[in-house]
Design a binder for this molecule. Sequence first.
Ligand SMILES: [Zn+2]
Length: 124
Amino acid sequence: MNFLADTKTCLACGKTVKGRSDKKFCDDYCRNNYNNQLKADSNNYVRNINNALKKNRRILESLFPAHEEMIKTTKEKLLISGFQFKYITHTYTNKKGNTYFFCYEYGYLPLENDWYLIVKRKED
Ligand SMILES: [Zn+2]
């Protein structure tokens, strides 16, 4: 008998799987472990992005003095705070063709020389 030809390893634990050639797991225990891990990975991914978005929002919020509708800040200041430009919730392009990038109700508009205009969405 040639064992090597049919040797398969379990996707969960890496042990050799015996039985039908299409088997991917030792047993249900390994199958469940594997599927739970996949689910956890995708949950982590979603959670990390949600956290990054909330952090971006907090940073923009913290820059705002009370009762101001817009302020200017620099890219450096945002980066030092830990702002991650790749995480936004949506964009808004006004009639002039300027595109604002939003994290929830706070948005920014890139200006010249690494300055940014920060705005807060008005209640509607
Ligand atoms: Zn296994």
